[in-house]
Design a protein around this ligand. Sequence first.
Ligand SMILES: C[S@@+](CC[C@H](N)C(=O)[O-])C[C@H]1O[C@@H](n2cnc3c(N)ncnc32)[C@H](O)[C@@H]1O
Length: 283
Amino acid sequence: MSQQLDLNDYKQRIADLYNRRSKNYDDGEWRLQICHRLIEYSQISPQQHILDIGTGTGNLAIASAKIVGAGGRVIGVDISPQMLDVARSKVKALSLSNVEFQLADAELLDYPANSFDRILCANTFPWIEDKQAALRTWYKFLNPGGLIAIHTPANTAYIGQVVLRSVLGRYGMKLEHSNRIGSIESCKQLFVNAGFEGIDIKTEQHGSYVSFDSVKTKWKELISFSFHSKSEELLSQLALIPLAEAKAKFEAELEALKTEQGIWDDLTTLYILGRKAEINKPV
Ligand SMILES: C[S@@+](CC[C@H](N)C(=O)[O-])C[C@H]1O[C@@H](n2cnc3c(N)ncnc32)[C@H](O)[C@@H]1O
């Protein structure tokens, strides 16, 4: 794969964001927990060939490589060169020879059909621009009987984003923050339309109480994050709204959510599993 990707503006913004975050991306345990859950749900076992979509600093790919062993193979793809640098340095330190990282857009991959036993994707699906088309492509890459396992936050997750979405809605703007997958039903339909069967969506309830101030001070970060939207229309609408007024509405909505313990910051997590039929069928 080439070391220079020709990305559209939306994807270049994502790559830049993760390039900046690469050095401290691995701080904290939460992402590792998600990787371990995906591995458990997707029943990774020795000899398998695995594709890790949006591999980032390679946590999921590396954990999988340790399980598939010398007879297996793992490929991790990402659009951020600096996230991949971190991943490669970890693989070097561990002397793993069955995992490879490729700088590539997960929506434009070109592997032969029936190449992988498992396709995994942690914390990345919200960024995928055309989810339906991507799922159809990834379906082809799976071996018959192969499994896809995708982790994604639910629409209710991250209180700051939920409240921002509500405030912007009052200005007539539909912010699909980080391009979430919508309802469980619409999510399931995406996978069915791509050809997957036996769709199993596991929901895990997580979350914690956070202080009003800790969410309030996220306003600037949240609003600038919204400018990562893929929609040009949304970007131009965002540029027109009175930001000071929107900020005051944001704080008022948060205030209304206050309890004695603080504000509940929902982190409901979805793990979506789907299988390619044993007998290959056209999609
Ligand atoms: C939140 S990180 C997740 C990293 C890793 N999967 C984890 O769970 O720790 C999202 C990653 O997806 C990558 N990404 C976003 N869109 C992508 C695309 N279209 N193709 C490949 N990688 C993409 C980003 O560069 C970033 O490294």
